[in-house]
Ligand binder design. Structure first.
Ligand code: DSN
Length: 425
């Protein structure tokens, strides 16, 4: 077979794009080379429906070891007793939780997408909003989760499940407060920690596991692994609603979750990705990861301060984690225009609705900025001022093509200090 030059050329171009640009998409990161290597291996050829030691196919003796290592390492990362490493994505992990816990039409409560929540927490366009009755809490005018509203809705509506977690929220969570109201009404608490998982693993944010019955995450954001999802329980428990498996047996939550991933929502696991997850979890268990997490928070806070000094409006006034949401209305620029123009200068981020936004989700009034990727590339607090200066130069000259082209060159030169995959030509 001839090498597919067309595709490999595009892959080379993408590597160049990643190297030359300032990557500020809060949900992205750069994996280690060994994490990427594992995904391009013979493990991609193997079918392994089932779980280690209980497969529906022969020849699984090697992938069983790979998957068991991934499970064991993940348990160690979050000090939990149960882990499922098979979900292909965070959305798949969340879908499995819904399948395990909820019957169609039942109520749950999650953070509104327009206030920083996630599609799978009840958006009308998503399976979660179509299959179940989604109720939402929001954030206050100050941009902090409105716990009072959450409690009021929970007490009035008795949802079966309360979800905490967000895609565009820069503050830590009061998991204990959510658990307290959930216990009053007999609801399960499910935390989706996809965004801050790496900071939680590093012990730098509150630990959700003591208060939330079920926890899911993606593996490719602050955890710096391959694209994928995971589900975890610190302690297994009997399912409180007497839910039955398809054979009519009542099962422990761990067993219901395993069944909900396979055969409930997925077929064969991606063992090449699971191998990469195992490598990433091994990296998280190393001494360096805590320092990485600390640097992320230091960078995010330095960046927020530099934006505030230039009169940018940060939602909630700052950040506890790896990201910030900026309301651009005082600058008279939409999120869409900002994203598109910054893209021309190889500064990559996403437009984002801000709480109480008056613009459509396609336009938005804000941008979301995250620092995990630039922290992986080696940036420190002192580099945040340069990044903010470059963004500000574009936003203050949004229709000036010459200035935009100049910033693109400045970005390229600046990023040469922070090599990315030097082993790859
Ligand atoms: N799309 C992800 C994000 O950007 O936050 C969440 O799934």
């Amino acid at each position: 077979m001839e090498r597919d030059k067309v595709i490999f050329d595009l892959i080379d171009q993408e590597l160049g794009r990643q190297r030359d640009g300032i990557e500020l998409i809060a949900s992205e990161n750069f994996t280690s080379l060994q994490v990427m290597e594992a995904m391009g291996t013979s493990l991609t050829n193997k079918y392994a429906e089932g779980y280690p030691g209980k497969r529906y196919y022969g020849g699984c003796e090697i992938v069983d070891q790979v998957e068991q290592l991934a499970i064991d390492r993940l348990r160690q990362v979050f000090n939990c007793t149960y882990a499922n490493v098979q979900p292909h994505s965070g959305a798949q992990a969340n879908g499995a939780v819904f399948l395990a816990v909820m019957k169609p039409g039942e109520k749950f409560l999650g953070l509104d997408l327009s206030m920083g929540g996630h599609l799978t927490h009840g958006s009308a366009a998503n399976f979660s909003g179509k299959t179940y009755q989604a109720l939402h809490y929001g954030v206050t005018k100050d941009g902090i989760v409105d716990y009072e509203q959450l409690e009021t809705i929970a007490r009035a509506e008795n949802p079966k499940m309360i979800i905490c977690g967000a895609s565009a929220y820069s503050r830590d969570w009061d998991y204990a407060r959510i658990r307290a109201v959930a216990d009053e009404i007999g609801a399960i608490v499910f935390a989706d920690i996809a965004h801050p998982a790496g900071l939680i693993a590093a012990g730098l944010l509150k630990d959700p596991f003591d208060h939330c019955h079920i926890v899911t995450s993606t593996t490719h954001k602050t955890l710096r692994g391959p694209r994928g999802g995971i589900i975890m329980l610190r302690h297994d428990f009997e399912n409180p609603w007497g839910l039955k498996d398809p054979k009519g047996n009542t099962r422990m939550m761990s067993s219901l979750l395993d069944l909900a991933v396979f055969p409930g929502t997925q077929g064969g696991p991606l063992e090449h990705v699971i191998a990469a997850k195992a490598i990433a979890f091994g990296e998280i268990l190393s001494a360096d990861f805590k320092a990485y997490g600390q640097q992320i928070i230091a960078n995010a806070q330095a960046m927020a301060k530099a934006f505030v000094a230039k009169d940018y409006q940060i939602i909630s006034g700052g950040t506890d984690n790896h990201l910030m949401l900026i309301d651009l209305r005082n600058k008279n620029i939409t999120g869409k225009k900002a994203q598109e123009t910054l893209d021309k200068a190889h500064i990559t981020l996403n437009k984002n609705a801000v709480p109480y936004d008056d613009k459509s989700p396609f336009v938005t009034s804000g941008i979301r900025i995250g620092v995990p990727s630039i922290t992986t590339r080696g940036m420190k607090e002192e580099h945040m001022q340069t990044v903010v200066d470059l963004i500000d130069k574009i936003l203050m000259n949004i229709d000036d093509e010459a200035i935009i082209a100049g910033v693109k060159e400045e970005v390229k030169t600046f990023m040469k200090q922070f090599p990315l995959y030097p082993e790859l030509n």
